[in-house]
Structures are given as structure tokens and as C-alpha cells.
Design a protein around this ligand. Structure first.
Ligand code: SF4
Ligand code: SF4
Length: 416
């Protein structure tokens, strides 16, 4: 139910509403699907808009009682009528949806009522911007009228604009799925030095946090990332630099600068009875259990709320990666201690000479396990010159951890 601001007695003595000069008036009321009853339906066209009837030398809504000068279905009148004199319509360029007020309403243009109108406008805007209300309106795009000069504009309705104007589905985009991998691989392989985000695996595993929409555009792809603030062109996304290392350095851990990493590996291999194994699909649930344990330990150690959020979002990314590891072309390794998964790591070929380590999770009660699994994994990747451990998401703890391996390069999208 909408609050009404114009007193009934004002409306009952006014001759503007419910009457229209033009038979196909843009402001003729439109009923949303949930507002249509069997009694009302015969008076509507296919889009739910009323078919106006001749009245004197103009036209009137079929529900308008011309003798009593009032609506005959007042309690069942549609949202469109309840909103009046406010109107929702496209802006002149049809790029945004706006809310305005019809200058034909004498009450609304009266200078003495402006404070009331302004307050009511805020109330309406808040209501229409709610996702639930906007989604209900978006089901019927005809609800949004064309731009009209005699409606003064008040504000943009961003949620409706996002749903109706920028809706990628309307513009031929579709959501990413596993069967799209070949199309993305072909597209990204044309990039000479891609960063870790420029590949199917990373887009796919984060799709629950940020849905990915795409369509073909000639030889290329147009990719949109859905975020809380709307759809963003993939190419204009800000990206932190990747950390890139020489694989041989990580596999050998030689010299003074790696002495602490070496010590960690030595401690682990001397003090624990373990198995270092290729990942198998029957290990999926144990890996995810380990993730939960690991994430909870990380949250206790690092209080940064952004990092906590990242860990929470990471669960679905790890789940999608592990569940689809074969279809995504991932390589995976685990460490088992006393027959339980104590660490896992996954990665993929980013370019012919660079391997990207995508995930690494360890039970940190086993001292040196993180250093050990990383060194072993890098030791196996003899086909690659470089190891890319992706970016640090702007987090200090990740930055320090990645720098502790002494980067060969820390650059983004211009690696040469
Ligand atoms: S034009 Fe304004 S004052 Fe007149 S009936 Fe409609 S809402 Fe009421
Ligand atoms: S439904 Fe009622 S309020 Fe709406 S235009 Fe018709 S008569 Fe007027």
C-alpha cells in the first residue's frame, strides 16, 4: 500500500485524472500482472494497459465513473494510478529510468505544496529503489513510459535502470558456463601476456560472487561482470598486479634469501609422516572441510573485515574449482597426514611458459606444510619458466606473504 498525499476532496473536485486527450495516451494506466483480475482483464490490451473509451470530446479510463467523478475500482486501482501524479519513464536518450511529476496535476504544481511533494518524492524513491519493488515492475517493461516534456524530472531510478536498461540478457549476453571454456580460451590466447584474471578459470570460479555475462563480438568477446554497483566491462575492471616468480627459484629455494622457506620445508619433511599425492575427485569433501578449518584460523589471525569477506566469498570459488577441476583443466596436489587431507593446491597453465597457482590451503598446525607443498608443486612444473601466484587483492598480509618468495616481476597486463 502506498501512502497518498493529495486529499480526496481535492481530487474529487478536479477534472484532470482518468481523462485523456489522446486515445493512446502514454499515461493511460497500466496494470501489472498481479493486479489483473478477471473483471479487469477485458478492458486491457496485451501489455496490461487500459483501452480508453470515448468521453465527451476526449477519452476516459473505462473504470472512471463519469457521473460520480471517481474511480469505480478505487481499492483495486493499479500501482500506476496510485503513483500519479508521479510517473516513471525513460529519459530522453532512453539510457536511464527516471521518476518525475506530471505538471498537469494542479495540486503538485501549487507552490504551497512543494515541501510536501518533496518529502513524498523521497518516500516513493526509496520504495521504488527496493529490489523487490523494482523486480516486480521490471517484469512488465511497458510500465515504463516514454519521455514526456510535461513531466518534470525528479531523479534517476538506478535499480530499475540496472534491471531494464542495462540488463545484459536483453542485449544478447548470457551467463558463463563450463561449456563456454573453449570460446574464452580461444579469446584469451590471443592476448600476448595475459594476467591471471584474463582466463576462463578465474572468471568461472568467482561467478557466484560476481556473475559473468558474455557474448561474441566479431572475432572477440564482450564480457560484463555483475557487481553490487551494476555491470562493469571486464576490460575496465581495476586489477591489482600479479606476483610472478622464476619457477626454478621456487623449486630450488637456494641461497640465503630462501633460508627460512628451506627451513620450513626441512622441518615438515623431517617431522611428519605424510603423502604428497595427485588430487582425486573422492577427496573433494575433505578438501572443502579443510578450507573451512583454514578460513576460520585465518580469520582469527587477521582481523581485517575485507579479508574476512574475501575468505567467505572464496569458499564458493574453491568449491567450483575443486568440483570442476577436470573440466577446468586444473592440476591438483594434496598432502595427507594420518590419512587426512592436510593441504591442497590447484593451478593451471596461463601461457605456454607460465603456470598460475590458483589455490593453496593448508592445516597450519603442521609447521612448514605451506612451504613444502608449494615447493613440491613448483618442482613438478618443469614445462614452465614462470610461476604466477596472482594478485594480493590489496591486502597487506597477502602482499607480505607473496613478497616473501622474492618476486621476479610484479606487473599487470604489460608483462614482457
Ligand atoms: S490531477 Fe492531481 S489533484 Fe487532480 S485528480 Fe489527479 S492527482 Fe488529484
Ligand atoms: S483505474 Fe481508476 S484511478 Fe486509474 S485511471 Fe482508471 S479510473 Fe482513474
Amino acid at each position: 500500500m502506498l501512502k497518498q498525499i493529495i486529499p480526496s476532496k481535492v481530487c474529487l473536485s478536479c477534472d484532470v485524472c482518468c481523462r485523456f486527450i489522446d486515445k493512446s495516451a502514454a499515461l493511460a494506466p497500466l496494470f501489472l500482472p498481479n493486479e489483473i483480475t478477471p473483471k479487469i482483464k477485458p478492458y486491457l490490451d496485451k501489455s496490461g494497459r487500459v483501452t480508453l473509451k470515448p468521453f465527451k470530446d476526449i477519452h476516459a479510463c473505462p473504470f472512471f465513473n463519469t457521473k460520480k467523478n471517481k474511480c469505480s475500482i478505487y481499492s483495486k486501482r493499479p500501482l500506476d494510478c496510485r503513483l500519479y501524479p508521479f510517473a516513471i519513464m525513460f529519459d530522453e536518450k532512453r539510457e536511464k529510468i527516471i521518476m518525475g511529476i506530471d505538471k498537469k496535476c494542479p495540486f503538485s504544481v501549487n507552490a504551497g505544496n512543494q515541501a510536501l511533494i518533496k518529502n513524498y518524492f523521497h518516500y516513493l524513491a526509496d520504495l521504488l529503489e527496493k529490489k523487490e519493488t523494482a523486480s516486480r515492475i521490471a517484469i512488465n517493461p511497458s510500465f515504463i513510459g516514454n519521455f514526456q516534456d510535461d513531466v518534470s524530472q525528479f531523479s534517476y531510478l538506478d535499480t530499475l535502470t540496472k534491471l531494464l536498461v542495462n540488463n545484459p540478457e536483453k542485449n544478447g549476453f548470457r551467463q558463463i558456463s563450463l561449456k563456454d571454456k573453449a570460446a574464452f580460451d580461444n579469446f584469451f590466447k590471443k592476448i600476448e601476456c595475459p594476467d591471471s584474471s584474463q582466463n576462463f578459470v578465474n572468471l568461472f570460479i568467482w561467478k557466484e560472487k560476481n556473475p559473468v555475462w558474455w557474448k561474441k563480438n566479431g572475432e572477440g568477446l564482450e564480457i560484463l561482470i555483475e557487481t553490487d554497483s551494476g555491470y562493469i566491462d571486464f576490460n575496465s575492471l581495476k586489477k591489482f598486479p600479479d606476483y610472478i616468480y622464476l619457477r626454478e627459484a621456487l623449486a630450488g629455494l637456494k641461497g640465503n634469501k630462501y633460508k627460512h622457506k628451506r627451513a620450513g620445508c626441512n622441518y615438515f619433511s623431517k617431522n611428519y609422516k605424510f603423502q604428497y599425492l595427485p588430487y582425486r575427485q573422492n577427496m573433494k569433501n575433505d578438501c572443502l572441510k579443510l578450507f573451512i578449518k583454514w578460513a576460520s584460523a585465518r580469520k582469527q589471525k587477521f582481523p581485517d573485515p575485507y579479508y574476512h569477506e574475501l575468505l567467505e566469498d572464496s569458499f564458493s570459488a574453491h568449491k567450483l574449482a575443486i568440483k570442476n577441476f577436470k573440466a577446468l583443466g586444473l592440476a591438483g596436489r594434496v598432502i595427507k597426514i594420518r590419512n587426512k587431507i592436510a593441504a591442497y593446491t590447484f593451478g593451471f597453465e596461463l601461457t605456454k611458459d607460465m603456470f598460475c597457482v590458483l589455490l593453496e590451503v593448508c592445516d597450519l598446525k603442521f609447521k612448514g606444510i605451506a612451504e613444502f607443498i608449494f615447493r613440491e608443486f613448483c618442482g613438478e612444473l618443469t614445462n614452465y619458466k614462470y610461476i604466477n601466484t596472482m594478485d594480493d587483492s590489496g591486502l597487506e598480509n597477502l602482499r607480505l606473504s607473496k613478497l616473501s618468495y622474492h618476486t621476479f616481476l610484479s606487473r599487470n597486463r604489460n608483462f614482457s
